[in-house]
Design a protein around this ligand. Structure first.
Ligand code: BMA
Length: 367
């Protein structure tokens, strides 16, 4: 009897060890460890939205054959951003292209290509308003989130939307960072502040996680929660979906020049604001043992010639960030860019940032 018990215990231990091994070796876990190493290195990864699929003055047209070697960041700095963000808005309706006009076929190829080169992929999602059929920015009703939760009139349709998003993420075959229902502490998205209660928001996030993870068995997602940085610790945690499902605490904060403020003063205020916000988000990340990221930032059109070296770099220095992502360089809106591009008057400042070594890039192998 005692022998049998011993054998059972040994087998159980082996089983647990094997399970743990499978867990730590999974692509998702390896990505988590990589992000943790970046955060410990003091040199967060640099990220850029949609970097491989279009830039300030170009777009990929050969969806299936383009080598995907163009990148505004690479053209200026010689290296790809280590993190590339892609956008899923439109996937919920079965659209062939994202709301920014990028075919999902191309997004899948680019995401895989980036991962194959050693890069990291993050996904944002701006789905339409499920109650009105309007855009993601169609706000004003407190009924929208309620309508998609269990028992709501749009619940079934919304589960179909989740199904399409899950199909796409599952089809990528690579681990990704996914940050749905972002910037919820602002009012511009239908899931934002005042359009639902904190409990409804948490239910929306958890329902999404539950469907992807439990029902669909997707195991390639590091879930990121990224409110606006100006939320403050209290509001940030009020809608927190829970330690059991979130891997990364992120925040989105941009620089704007308020009317009447000089560029210099606005830049100084931005540095102070980011440091204050990262102060509380990094404390929360430490307390909850989560990774930390500046999930969206930038200054539209980069009017400040020293934004990279005198604003972004001092704003983030000393914080254990895994990555920092600046928003897209729209090819169809000339003033809507947040990353560098070749020929831009202030591109030298980005080169200086790269040369300073304070951020990690995806270097192009030299042959
Ligand atoms: C916004 C802008 C929009 C875009 C949206 C989703 O910040 O860049 O033009 O459609 O993000 O990517």
């Amino acid at each position: 009897m005692r022998d049998r018990l011993l054998i059972c215990i040994v087998l159980l231990c082996l089983g647990i060890a094997a399970g743990a091994q499978a867990g730590t070796d999974s692509p998702k876990e390896m990505l988590r460890e990589r992000l943790a190493a970046l955060s410990e290195s003091g040199k967060p990864a640099y990220g850029h939205q949609d970097d491989l699929v279009y830039g300030h003055a170009w777009t990929v047209t050969e969806l299936e054959t383009d080598p995907l070697e163009r990148s505004d960041v690479k053209a200026v700095s010689g290296a790809y951003p280590l993190v590339v963000g892609f956008e899923l808005g439109g996937i919920e309706k079965g659209d062939p292209a994202s709301l920014d006009g990028v075919p999902f076929l191309l997004i899948r190829r680019a995401a895989r290509m980036h991962a194959a080169r050693g890069g990291i992929v993050t996904l944002s999602w701006h789905p339409d308003n499920p109650l009105t059929g309007g855009s993601t920015w169609d706000v004003g009703s407190r009924r929208v989130v309620a309508s998609v939760l269990e028992g709501g009139e749009k619940h079934e349709m919304f589960m179909e939307w989740l199904r399409r998003a899950a199909d796409f993420i599952g089809s990528l075959g690579i681990p990704v960072i996914f940050r749905p229902w972002h910037e919820n502490t602002a009012r511009w998205f239908w899931w934002g502040k005042t359009w639902c209660t904190p409990a409804q928001y948490r239910e929306l996030y958890r329902m999404t996680w539950d469907y992807f993870t439990r029902e669909r068995g997707l195991d390639n997602i590091l879930w990121c929660y990224s409110p606006t940085g100006d939320a403050g610790a209290c509001a940030f945690m009020k809608t927190y979906p829970g330690d059991d499902i979130v891997y990364i605490l992120g925040m989105d904060t941009y620089e704007f020049i308020p009317r009447g403020k000089s560029m210099e003063r606005a830049g100084e205020a931005f540095v102070a604001e980011i440091r204050k916000e990262l102060g509380y988000v990094s404390a929360l990340a430490e307390k909850h043992r989560k990774l930390l990221a500046l999930t969206e930032t930038g200054m539209e059109g980069l009017p400040d010639p020293v934004w990279w070296t005198r604003r972004l770099a001092p704003a983030i220095s000393g914080f254990p960030l895994a990555y920092v992502l600046t928003w897209r360089n729209a090819c169809d809106k000339p003033g809507h860019f947040y990353g560098p591009w070749e020929g831009f008057a202030h591109e030298g400042d980005f080169k200086a940032l790269k040369a300073s070594g304070c951020l990690t890039f995806l270097e192009v192998p030299q042959d």
